[in-house]
Design a protein around this ligand. Structure first.
Ligand SMILES: NC(=O)c1ccc[n+]([C@@H]2O[C@H](COP(=O)([O-])OP(=O)(O)OC[C@H]3O[C@@H](n4cnc5c(N)ncnc54)[C@H](OP(=O)(O)O)[C@@H]3O)[C@@H](O)[C@H]2O)c1
Length: 290
């Protein structure tokens, strides 16, 4: 009976668009991690979300037969709520947890399409600093506290795997080689997250807990559906660089496709094979795009 906790289960990669193409772009986002993992009735799937009622309602409406799905409410930046979610998880599973998947992240358009200089020019230091903290507090610090809250139960689990959803944007080399000057905070937060997993991995290797950072590839979550002409132009520029990096790249995955690739890679990785603390793509390599 493997058990999974997934943060950010309300939308995006936490959810999938497949099978609901008649809905609007936003509404088409269904369960990705939650849908895929709960297909196996022997799995216990616990989704953490910031606002539980709408997600509970969607589970009831869209996956009514999946009695193995549990939705808990916790904002990653609310320490007490995260600790409560951990103890509630233990009540559901009987005291252990096999997989912790840190999928939620602060993703804002704020730095997505601007170079550092453009950001500094358009923001006061106050706004710049606030956004820096938004990215770092949620994508780095909150992940550490998430681990702290759930590790006692992971240590009692069988699989003992902690997966952070990172990004190729956290890779120094691709940013350097392709002159990616955009998304300074997002990229830095993911690079820092990768290091967090190395450090936790170093500490918990002796206890058999595997820590990993994994990029899902480029995934269509609808987040770029309302861009200004300038933002659209920057997106085209970046996409052209992606195509240069990977000429076989044909476009983003559907969320569930990315989830299937990541979970298949996750199944193959182990401390015994020397994978502790690795930062990999969904393909299990350092290729960020297929
Ligand atoms: N999509 C891509 O192409 C891509 C590429 C590389 C890496 N990634 C990574 O994949 C992961 C999922 O991204 P996505 O594209 O699915 O993003 P998304 O559609 O923007 O979803 C983000 C999720 O994080 C949750 N979240 C944000 N702040 C939170 C907080 N303080 N506490 C709890 N939950 C919070 C959101 O919850 P609410 O609904 O409450 O806002 C939402 O469920 C992220 O780690 C991202 O960096 C994505």
């Amino acid at each position: 009976m493997p058990s999974y906790v997934i943060t950010g289960a309300s939308r995006g990669i936490g959810v999938s668009k497949s099978g609901s193409r008649h809905l609007s772009t936003t509404d088409r986002h269904q369960w990705g991690f939650v849908q895929h993992l709960s297909e196996d009735p022997s799995n216990t799937v616990i989704g953490l979300v910031r606002n539980a009622p709408p997600t509970i309602e969607r589970v009831k409406n869209e996956l009514p037969d999946r009695k193995n799905i549990h939705i808990l409410q916790a904002d990653l930046n609310d320490d007490a709520a995260i600790r409560k979610a951990a103890t509630d998880t233990a009540s559901i599973t009987g005291g252990s947890l096999d997989y912790l998947i840190g999928n939620a992240a602060y993703l804002a358009l704020y730095d997505q399409f601007d170079s550092p200089g453009e950001l500094l020019a358009k923001s006061s230091h106050e706004v710049f600093t606030k956004e820096f903290h938004n990215f770092m507090d949620t994508n780095v610090l909150a992940q550490i506290f998430l681990y702290e809250a759930f590790l006692p139960f992971i240590l009692k689990g069988k699989a003992k795997k902690v997966l952070s959803i990172s990004s190729g944007m956290g890779d120094l080399e691709i940013n350097r080689e392709y002159d990616f000057d955009h998304a300074i905070f997002y990229s830095s937060s993911k690079a820092a997250l990768n290091m967090v997993n190395v450090k936790f991995g170093a500490q918990y290797k002796k206890d058999g807990v595997l820590f990993l950072s994994m990029c899902p590839g480029m995934v269509d979550t609808g987040s770029f559906s309302k861009l200004s002409p300038t933002q659209g132009a920057k997106l085209q520029e970046v996409t052209a660089k992606f195509q240069q990096y990977s000429p076989s790249f044909t476009g983003p995955y559907e969320p569930v496709e990315a989830v299937k690739k990541m979970t298949s890679t996750l199944d193959k990785l182990s401390i015994e094979n020397g994978d502790q603390g690795k930062y990999l793509s969904h393909l299990g390599t350092k290729r960020w795009l297929p």
